[in-house]
Design a protein around this ligand. Structure first.
Ligand code: DAH
Length: 339
């Protein structure tokens, strides 16, 4: 029986070596140490032994049971540790795996350029103001020295809402609204949507954007207009940019002009961008007409000022070489994602 007990221990050691999971370990524990296990089996046979042999075998059986028990505990600890390591390995984050790129929106080209324009004028002390898109005929035309029947009304195909109410055709009405609210000296730009009943094509849209400018103070002259707008053009298109002012006519300015910038693609030699001209027209402006000052409640004897109107779409199209204005409104992601 003593020999048998040694064999049981030997076998348990061998079997333990092959065990790799907890369930098998538990089965082994039951088979060796359980109520129906091999050691209990030996103890049950002790009745056949002599009184001298019994304590010796009993002691040996207890010793072997104790040894197997501690071997099983050891194995349990080993399995636990191995499992822990497996878990950790599975949960490890590989920081070198390339991440998933989140889909983020892009700033619309109109907004990119408008933000730049705002920044440039803010740097020169201008405030950004706004006016309504649904406007009174009075502010859009009358107060700007464009009375009913004036030919300038025909050139701006107006969406009328009622006889006296319309969708503004220009941002110039914000000049009057600003003069009503604030006293000179003042420097403002007023960006916003304007509307004209134009058929859609590569260079026309019934909705487009303008940026109005107004400067009022004592002693403002055409030199201030030129200096300000030249500085603006150089900031927007680069220091090498040249400007040229051509006489023009607007009912709300006197004298009036248009400003061209040297083509930033060819530098003035003439190319497809500037249609061979070397120059690109980017805004209209002039000295605010005394009648307009009066309509805004400004003392025209004391104050003078200049105003200008910039077409945002043109700036954007020239900046990015976009040849069809419709691209700016169609919300085609393939187009918009390039910005
Ligand atoms: N409102 C004019 C237009 O839509 C643009 C303009 C020209 C605005 C001259 C001005 C200006 O303030 O002085 O064509």
């Amino acid at each position: 029986m003593l020999k048998k007990l040694d064999e049981i221990k030997q076998q348990a050691i061998e079997e333990l070596g092959n065990i790799t999971d907890k369930a098998d370990l538990e089965a082994l524990r039951v088979a060796k140490l359980g109520k129906k296990g091999v050691i209990t089996g030996i103890l049950k046979q002790m009745g056949s032994l002599s009184a001298e042999e019994r304590p010796i075998v009993g002691q040996k059986a207890n010793q072997i049971r104790g040894e197997i028990e501690s071997l099983i505990k050891q194995k349990q600890a080993q399995l636990q540790q191995a499992e822990q390591e497996r878990k950790l390995a599975a949960e490890t984050v590989d920081v070198t795996v390339p991440g998933k790129k989140p889909e983020i929106g892009h700033t619309h080209p109109l907004s990119i350029v408008l933000d730049e324009v705002k920044e440039i004028f803010s740097g020169m002390g201008f405030d950004v103001v706004e006016g309504p898109e649904v406007e009174w005929d009075y502010y859009n035309f009358e107060a700007l020295n464009i009375p009913k029947g004036h030919p300038a009304r025909d050139t701006q195909d107006t969406f009328y809402i009622t006889e006296n109410m319309l969708l503004r055709t220009q941002t110039s009405p914000v000049q009057i609204r600003t003069m009503e609210k604030r006293n000179p000296p003042l420097r403002v730009i007023a960006p916003g949507r304007v509307y004209r009943s134009d058929a859609v094509d590569a260079t026309h849209s019934p909705l487009f954007h303008q940026i109005e400018g107004l400067v009022l103070d004592e002693g403002i002259t055409m030199a201030d207009l030129k200096g300000t707008l030249e500085a603006f053009a150089k900031r927007l298109y680069g220091e090498q940019t040249k400007t040229r002012f051509r006489p023009h006519h607007f009912p709300f300015t006197e004298p009036s002009c248009e400003m061209d910038v040297s083509c930033f693609k060819c530098g003035g030699k003439g190319c497809s961008m500037c249609k061979g001209e070397g120059w690109i027209e980017i805004l209209g402006g002039g000295m605010v007409h005394p009648k307009v000052l009066k309509n805004g409640g400004v003392d025209a004897d004391k104050y003078s000022g200049f105003a200008f109107g910039i077409g945002l779409e043109r700036l954007v199209m020239f900046r990015f070489g976009i040849d069809d204005m419709r691209l700016l409104y169609e919300n085609n992601l393939k187009f918009l994602e390039q910005f």
